[in-house]
Write a protein that binds this ligand. Sequence first.
Ligand SMILES: CC(C)(COP(=O)(O)OP(=O)(O)OC[C@H]1O[C@@H](n2cnc3c(N)ncnc32)[C@H](O)[C@@H]1OP(=O)(O)O)[C@@H](O)C(=O)NCCC(=O)NCCS
Length: 182
Amino acid sequence: MSASSGFEFPGLETERTVLRILTLDDAEAVRVHFSDPAVTRFMDIEPCESIEEAREIIQFHLDDRGCRWGVFLRSDPEDLIGTCGFHAWYPDQNPQESSLGYDLARSHWGLGFMQEVVREMLLFAFDPGGMNLRRIVVDVEPENERSIRLLERLGFKRVKDRFDEGMAWFVLRRRHDPTGSV
Ligand SMILES: CC(C)(COP(=O)(O)OP(=O)(O)OC[C@H]1O[C@@H](n2cnc3c(N)ncnc32)[C@H](O)[C@@H]1OP(=O)(O)O)[C@@H](O)C(=O)NCCC(=O)NCCS
């Protein structure tokens, strides 16, 4: 259960990965994952130095308006290769819009993992039986080229009118169909 008005986020699966909501039991894996400065460079956190910091990250997401999944390999379900989730979702005020975030261990960059994962997140987000969103808005640091390539590949469009605080803003609307089945 998340803080999003009791909405229950399920686990998700893709061809190569399993997404499971992170719990405090994952703190050590999360610590290792976020100890890499290349992973945290464009995120709102400093590289993790202790398991306590990892617990705080997980608890933040458990309390947040959204969710955070751990991305695990199907071939090795104990192996956390990234995290992803929705945030800034206020079903009681603005149920149609949310933001999403993601990060992948450097060892798994350049292999299409996050594209695969975010496609599944989008299916769930736009599904009337899922979050039933109409719009997803993502802000990215303009230097984060990998993240921008990922969003553009998935059909997100850069918008100028929300440009704020030096960030690049991307929007994907439900009518767009990045997977052929949304
Ligand atoms: C953003 C981030 C997840 C992108 O990772 P990524 O590996 O570039 O993205 P994907 O997993 O979708 O992989 C796409 C790459 O794999 C390649 N690829 C290889 N095999 C592939 C396959 N089977 N299917 C699809 N793409 C494949 C693609 O060509 C692409 O490479 P390119 O961009 O050099 O052309 C990663 O850089 C990251 O975690 N950064 C740190 C955290 C972060 O910045 N998060 C975002 C904050 S906004």
